[in-house]
Design a protein around this ligand. Structure first.
Ligand SMILES: *Cc1c(COP(=O)(O)O)cnc(C)c1O
Length: 495
């Protein structure tokens, strides 16, 4: 059979070929922007509509997503996103409103935001919540800003150090660094808890507080959590909880009850808002009583109480010592808040609790099935995720090879090489939305791959074999990023 090469969208381009024919204008023409702002050298292809549709449809098939298959990307909570969320966030009353409309005309939207603040307070045990932050890292920045404002208001100006465990997500030290504070790394002990001796040595009157992820990124719930919280508070510090991933805690443990002062939520993880394609994220922040006056402004509040016949009037309120605005308008309303609101109301309190119970059950089931094949360095009952080593004694197969080979078995790889404290880490978070059949197929694949690692290691070194593109040179790809599959002739001059 002859090989007939399919042309790229750029090679299909033909001068004068049109995708859209505009009708003759029936309104006056307006002037173009000044000449120096216009360019005519962009080599955009000229194509018919059908060529463009086929191009993008083809590209979309290169993708892997939660709607394609299992996605055990640890710490990212790639759970299934119920499609009813898509219906509600497209309701015209949500979709076609503008944040500058008079509040009387957007009472429904404000009611949803108010209720969302209340629900997140109830879920987390905090006294106040802001919905503004755009994502988890932005929530961290907001939370740490409030911690700094709290110390400053008390003239406690010596405090410049944040304690962060070595298992923390990289955004924690990054957020702290952006505020000019320094980071003191606290090691984990052999059971994956905060090392209490190291914590004791680090606690003094220069500590802003501690940023703790619990369960941490090893999937371990800290067995000494009350001690840790008390030690930080005894030296005058505040406790920050990284609640990006609440998938193990819903309806079971409330960080506010454990003594945390501030925590961000990732609605785009725990509460099923889709992510991974660039957003929109949503990272509300909850605070304890002593930080409520520092919350960003505005918050949604009731500005006129209702009664039996009258709905309350919702509007905006400003906390007394607010750190100010963290985001244009009110956070990611439709894409984040409406979807998460739908998810929470579809589940209710019992349903939320069931989410966490099944998330923990699924992770433990997989851990139990893989324990005899892969080394699990922190091997005890895990929460929503666990971390195993992607290496076998006497073999040069690495975690990356195992992950690439999983793609041939039609699974998305787990998180690789994180947390940093596990050698050749493979971090697996199945989430509650997978059934036992899927978990078994995944475990079977990993066990088969461990066999292949012994009998035909090169099969793994060169994987994947079944994807549109094979093994990439990842270092080169990161250093010399080219995001288009075709470069125009005048590429150099365009750069
Ligand atoms: C995802 C994650 C973050 C960061 O959240 P973004 O929305 O990606 O900024 C922080 N901490 C933990 C533990 C996470 O899993």
């Amino acid at each position: 059979m002859a090989t007939i090469v399919e042309p790229t969208i750029f090679e299909l381009s033909s001068p004068g070929r049109l995708g859209v024919t505009m009708p003759a204008s029936d309104v006056p023409e307006t002037a173009l922007p000044p000449k120096n702002l216009l360019r005519s050298d962009l080599p955009l292809p000229e194509l018919a509509e059908v060529d463009v549709v086929r191009h993008y449809t083809k590209l979309s098939k290169f993708n892997y997503s939660v709607d394609d298959g299992f996605y055990p990307l640890g710490s990212c909570t790639m759970k299934y996103n119920p499609k009813i969320n898509e219906d509600t966030c497209r309701l015209p009353g949500f979709l076609y409103t503008h944040p500058l409309q008079p509040i009387e005309t957007v009472q429904g939207n404000l009611a949803l935001m108010f209720e969302m603040q209340e629900w997140l307070k109830e879920i987390s045990g905090f006294a106040g919540v802001t919905l503004q932050p755009a994502a988890g890292a932005h929530g961290e920045f907001t939370g740490v800003l409030m911690m700094a404002a709290y110390h400053k208001a008390r003239n406690d100006t010596k405090r410049t150090k944040m304690l962060i465990p070595d298992a923390a997500h990289g955004t924690n030290p990054a957020s702290v660094g952006m505020l000019g504070m320094s980071v003191v790394t606290i090691p984990s002990d052999s059971r994956g808890n905060v090392d209490l001796k190291a914590l004791e040595a680090a606690c003094d009157d220069t500590v802003v507080g501690m940023m703790l992820t619990n369960p941490n990124t090893l999937g371990m719930f800290d067995e000494n959590i009350e001690k840790v919280v008390n030690m930080v508070k005894d030296c005058g510090g505040l406790m920050y909880g990284d609640g990006a991933n609440l998938n193990a805690l819903l309806g079971i443990v409330r960080p506010g009850d454990l003594g945390f002062d501030v925590m961000h939520f990732n609605l785009h993880k725990t509460f099923s808002v889709p992510h991974g394609g660039g957003g929109p994220g949503s990272g509300p922040v909850g605070v304890s009583q002593r930080l409520v006056d520092y919350l960003p402004s505005p918050l949604v509040g009731i500005i006129e109480e209702g009664d039996d016949d009258l709905e309350p009037l919702y509007g905006f309120v400003t906390p007394k010592h607010s750190i100010g605005r963290m985001k244009a308008f009110h956070g990611h309303f439709g894409g984040g808040l409406v979807r998460a609101y739908t998810y929470i109301s579809m589940h209710g309190p019992d349903g939320l609790k069931a989410i966490s119970q099944f998330a923990v059950l699924n992770a433990n089931y997989l851990q139990a099935r893989l324990r005899s094949t892969y080394k699990i360095p922190y091997d005890r009952i895990c929460m929503h995720e666990f971390v195993m080593e992607g290496q076998f004694e006497g073999s040069d197969v690495r975690a990356l090879d195992i992950s690439k080979r999983l793609m041939d078995y039609k699974f998305h790889p787990p998180t690789n090489y994180f947390p940093l404290i596990v050698h050749e880490a493979l971090m697996i978070e199945p989430t509650e939305t997978e059934n036992k059949d899927t978990l078994d197929r995944f475990a079977d694949a990993l066990i088969a791959i461990a066999e292949e690692a012994k009998s035909q290691p090169d099969l793994l070194h060169n994987a994947p074999h079944s994807t549109p593109f094979g093994r990439m040179d990842e270092v080169k790809a990161a250093r010399e990023l080219v995001l288009c599959c075709w470069l125009p002739e005048n590429y150099e001059t365009l750069k």
